[in-house]
Ligand binder design. Structure first.
Ligand code: HEC
Ligand code: HEC
Length: 271
């Protein structure tokens, strides 16, 4: 083999590798392309009927309002061994929790885990306030999550999928795109491909996360995004992971990224 052919071969390998890396980069970029472009993003509110719109807009009849009041009360209530309220440490909610809900789920620095806002509040209550635990889906936790989220009302969702969050994002995206359950349906088939279409009596929405925790009329209570997701799992007859499972956090991160730009909208009502 002449020196020339060796150089050529080497070049070939390098060109090949460069080509491969370009391909991989494109694949990576493609994986992060939105299924629904920014100008087509629509909150679930756009797909509900006039009764829900009226209820949500009504400053007295909105059934989620008592939970807002409860959250506001708890914010100021002294609790636990710290002998402090959330407010003692964090001050006025409207000023100091502004925008916080737009960037969760996020990686918790202490544990390296992906936390949604509920997880963060629970952890703060135990670690900093040193008070008794609020279980997932408890009235207290939902009310506080709603109240903290309300400080971000009207602000666009803006989550990070960099660093440690990236693998969670990819896992969430994979679940969203994969058919599952006895019905063999993927989230994307309903919420990317068929939104706006009538399913039974109601229109399918884009499955956006910007209104949670939301008051669901059918359940007669406030419910977390996780509870809504679990209901969609049940809808396709898929096996449910335990409450608080990583899968649920991963999907939530994917949903928030997918809905990036949509504005936080609480307190919301859903059928
Ligand atoms: C068979 C169709 C179907 C599939 C598959 C499905 N959903 Fe849903 N989803 C619904 C229906 C129906 C609703 C209630 C009405 C609406 O908002 O579309 C809903 C509501 C939602 C909502 C609440 C939207 C809002 O504004 O209140 C989210 C979020 C959501 N789905 C996410 C998911 C995810 C994530 C998956 C996959 C794990 C999934 N869905 C799979 C039909 C489906
Ligand atoms: C003793 C002081 C203290 C009390 C009481 C306290 N917190 Fe915190 N909180 C902190 C500190 C310090 C941090 C940031 C570092 C950390 O996570 O520990 C924090 C972080 C947070 C965050 C994350 C903010 C962000 O920017 O991501 C939220 C949300 C939060 N707390 C909510 C609450 C709520 C709700 C309560 C009441 C149930 C509460 N905290 C009570 C000290 C406190």
């Amino acid at each position: 083999m002449s020196f020339f052919t060796i150089v050529l071969k080497r070049c070939g390998i390098y060109i090949g590798l460069a080509g491969l890396s370009v391909l991989l980069t494109t694949a990576h970029l493609h994986a992060q392309q939105r299924q629904i472009p920014l100008d087509k993003l629509q909150s679930g509110l756009a797909f509900t009927g006039p009764e829900i719109l009226d209820l949500q807009a009504d400053d007295f009849a909105n059934p989620a309002l008592p939970s807002m009041d409860k959250g506001a009360k708890l914010w100021k209530q002294v609790a636990g061994k710290s002998d402090k309220s959330c407010q003692s440490c964090h001050g006025e909610l409207s000023a100091n929790m502004k925008g916080v809900a737009t960037r969760y789920p996020a990686i918790d620095k202490a544990t390296g885990q992906l936390f949604n806002l509920e997880d963060r509040i629970r952890q703060c209550r135990q670690k900093n306030q040193k008070a008794n635990e609020w279980p997932l889906e408890s009235d207290e936790l939902l009310a506080m999550t709603l109240y903290v989220t309300s400080a971000s009302n009207g602000m666009p969702i803006q989550v990070s999928i960099d660093g440690k969050a990236q693998s969670h994002f990819e896992a969430g995206q994979k679940i969203f795109m994969t058919r599952q359950g006895q019905m063999n349906l993927a989230c994307t088939q309903c919420h990317d491909q068929r939104y706006g279409i009538k399913l039974f009596t109601d229109k399918l929405s884009q499955g956006q996360p910007n209104a949670y925790p939301a008051y669901r009329i059918e359940w007669q209570r406030l419910a977390s995004l996780e509870r809504r997701l679990r209901f969609c799992y049940t809808g396709v007859k898929a096996e449910l992971p335990p409450w608080g499972h990583k899968d649920m956090r991963d999907i939530s991160l994917y949903l928030m990224w997918r809905g990036q730009g949509l504005k936080i909208e609480v307190p919301s009502v859903r059928k």
